[in-house]
Design a protein around this ligand. Sequence first.
Ligand code: URP
Ligand code: ZN
Ligand code: ZN
Length: 480
Amino acid sequence: MSSSTKINTDSGLTPPSAGGGASLLIKNGRIITASEDHIADIFIEGEKIKAIGRDLQVEADNTIDAAGMLVFPGGIDPHVHLDMPFMGTYSSDNYETGTRAALFGGTTTVIDFILQKQGASLQSALDEWRSRANGNAIGDYSFHMAVTDFNENTKKEIKHFVEEEGITSFKTFMAYKGALMIDDRQMIGLMEEVKAQGGMVTVHATNGDMIDYLIEKHRSEGKLSPLYHYLAQPEVTEAEASERFADMAHYTGCPGYIVHLTCEGALNAVRNATRRNQNVLVETCIQYLLIDASLYEREDGAKWVMSPPLREKKDQETLWAGINQGLVKVVATDHCPFQWEQKLMGKDDFSKIPNGHPAIEHRMELLYSEGVHKGKITLNKFVEVACTNPAKIFGMFPKKGTIGIGSDADLVIFDPYEKHTISASTHHMNVDYSAYEGWEVTGKVKTVLLRGKVAITDNKCILDKGYGQFIKRSKVDGKI
Ligand code: URP
Ligand code: ZN
Ligand code: ZN
């Protein structure tokens, strides 16, 4: 740890304050929010930020000197899959390993996806996911509820999820037929009910029937390598579904959010929707900004088999522009890791490769290095898409996603100049390869606080499993 972020626990220098739980003073950091950039001190008492200002005259139990460092709000990754049953196996990070890795990378809150089993209730799926998360998470977390079977019974459960459980976003899949996909009739019904209850519908927007047709076509022609995973999901499958989703959201008036949008065609569909005064929110993921489909031609191309697949370089430029134009609101990960041995389930057939890649740990550092450091986005935009917008869109703001008085003291102290190299040999995710092996990044997460407690310092996680809290979310209206 650099001396500039050393925690001073010398109570002779910093006598304890009276009452309110342990206190901490972060001195002289350069505070970056979605709209501010200034040098100041932050005083924390218990779990909350109590004061922000220059040369605060307060007594604190501990101090951190953050001179020369950036101070961001804790990152929020609203798209992760931890311990998820999928394609005949489970994603390899559980709540402990996944949220720990997230903390190492400056992400203090994640939103995971509960998957309803077709034919079963939403409540039974919630119970199952709770049993995996409760007592295991180190970082804070919430759930989206993925509705894979919308019917009269499911419809009755929506109100309870929004009002009582604090789960206000409902995920849908327009692909993965027979497992997760719902048809347009169910989509419209769900949207009407979710709108009535004050929630939002989110979507994996690709045309499942077209994709299934293309998968079978390639398989029947003996085209079985990872490249055909990519070729089975052309841009049009995503553009078509994105436009259809935007139209259905507009027709029903339901707030809509497209997850993991990857390409120019789909973003243009959303842009055209905005010209019709339709409103649909867009998330992309770090991988779609940085890496491209040429990786599928490699021997180990299965490492990057995910849905939608990686796209072309021209799509990366479109997505960066979309961020700056305010059309792409969020940069998430869709973290869904599998060990190489699990990926080998599809060594003879691309359609059997478990879909997903690991990124929860490096979203913030990659976005900073490739985005801010290389001049593609501003510091404020970085915070907006990685921290603030996810909190606003999903009903956690201002508790999460910003640095303000009364907000949770979820903070990242970041060295903007430190260079380091990403590698499976040093990362903390439970996966035996890195999708970014050997990438040199500029900027490093040094210290992370979660609800006032130091989580990461000196390259160690010092919080135990069970510290992570389930975050109940407010009703949402799709406006930020
Ligand atoms: O390949 C992916 N994206 N795996 C996770 C499931 C999903 O579609 O988000
Ligand atoms: Zn998806
Ligand atoms: Zn996903």
